[in-house]
Design a protein. Sequence first.
Length: 225
Amino acid sequence: MPSATPIDRRNRALIAFALLSGARDGALASFKVKHVDIAAQTVFQDAREVRTKARKTFTSTFFPVGPKPLAIVAGYIDMLKNELGFGLDDPLFPSTRIGQGPDRGFTALGLSRETWTTGAPVREIFRNAFTAAGLPYVNPHSLRKTLVRLGERLCRTPEEWKAWSQNLGHENEATTFVGYGQVPAYRQTEIMRALGKPAIDKLPLSLDFAALKAFVRSAEAIVSP
């Protein structure tokens, strides 16, 4: 995505932040600068000011999606504060300021200090970004499904999965698993083929096979009459 103008940088940061936070489009449209702590890598979804689902207030930590989205959002917030003079109570993703251009027609002049009233502009930014990249439209909510699939691969314990679910704003981890966790067809095929391979093929490459054999011999000695 381009980053030549403040509007370009807002649009790019919006998508990066959606991936970092897993926030819904209504929340994305209503966040203020003060709700994001870049140093702590957290976002405070305060239902008194942010349009969260069921008016729920919670703090989420940025999802581990790599350094590039974080760098984009950090640079964008720095621009808001230090170049455009935005304060903590100004919108994180402000609406576009429209005015009269040189040809006396209406044109985009930059960023306003006004908050979007709906999530429609967020969805339009997503639509334009994916179209420009030659890809089918992906709505903001689809990134929440992406994060659930990432969590299914990364989480190793029930506690980790519970934390991942809470980070999406779900009180019940089953909501995350059942509502968002459907395995796509291509991944289903990969898993089924992998399950058909000998178990030894699935062991870590770094496994000490000599130690494994010794363990098996010890186990056999214990269970032998």
